[in-house]
Ligand binder design. Structure first.
Ligand code: PGA
Length: 253
């Protein structure tokens, strides 16, 4: 039985004062829903205050990105070791906005994946097709490439630290959501491919989150699908009530 895992990706939002208030509300909501694993990914500037608020809570703290080297002349970057040292347990890697606006490729995603694992972090690795790719019937081709290249070189043990987030790019921040059936079709395929990379047993244990306009009103239906194990939530994670509503709706499956 896979424990549902809901992560809030705050993206480039929240000054410190609202970040502290939101983190406190998330801690309360997470305590009220112990059946769900919860993480938040604040911007780097709020990590310190959010970590402080969440220290004795069940909520994990993630960064939204990392570099692939441990240290060095990489202005503006954070290494996985720094992230771990600060007290974070998780890192999001390969978000479509990083791929789209900051030139991330399957190769850099793979480098970051290995670096984050070496530092002892837990990973949320994002994949997803664009609308153009879906309309050209390339969805599965794109996802299989992103998954296999992004996770290249990982063994069964390493994959225990990995959550996959399937986020169709056309559904992110657009209000459009994949139907539960569309998402399930993809998630089942992803799990089958994970079974090629690792053992069937490991593939069966790994969580695959869905992301893209998840909100309280659609989370139940999504989570009722057998291979949807959680959500990576953007916009709706910025409001305490909607994030709490998502936690409440996420453990019926
Ligand atoms: P959204 O973002 O929930 O605002 O669509 C999801 C994400 O980008 O992780």
């Amino acid at each position: 039985m896979r424990k549902p895992f809901i992560a809030g990706n705050w993206k480039m939002n929240m000054l410190n004062e609202p970040a502290v208030a939101l983190a406190k509300a998330v801690a309360e909501a997470a305590k009220a829903h112990p059946g769900v694993e919860v993480a938040v990914a604040p911007p780097a500037t709020s990590l310190a205050v959010v970590l402080d608020v969440l220290r004795d809570s069940p909520v994990a703290v993630a960064t939204q990105n990392c570099h692939w080297e441990s240290e060095g002349a990489f202005t503006g970057e954070l290494s996985p070791e720094m992230i771990k040292d600060m007290g974070c347990s998780h890192v999001i890697i390969g978000h479509s906005e990083r791929r789209q606006y900051f030139g991330e490729t399957d190769e850099t995603v793979n480098q970051k994946v290995h670096a984050a694992l070496r530092a002892g972090l837990m990973l949320i690795v994002c994949i997803g097709e664009t609308l153009e790719e879906r309309e050209a019937a390339k969805t599965f081709e794109v996802l299989e490439r992103q998954l296999r290249k992004g996770l290249a070189g990982l063994d069964d043990v390493a994959l225990a630290s990995v959550t996959i987030a399937y986020e169709p790019v056309w559904a992110i921040g657009t209000g459009l959501t994949a139907t539960p059936e569309q998402a399930q079709e993809v998630h089942a395929k992803l799990r089958a491919w994970l079974g090629d990379l690792a053992s069937e047993e490991r593939a069966g244990q790994m969580r695959i989150q869905y992301g893209g306009s998840v909100k309280p009103s659609n989370v139940k239906e999504l989570m009722s699908q057998p291979d949807i194990d959680g959500a990576l939530v953007g916009g709706a994670s910025l409001k305490p009530d909607s994030f709490a509503g998502i936690l409440a709706g996420s453990y019926m499956s």
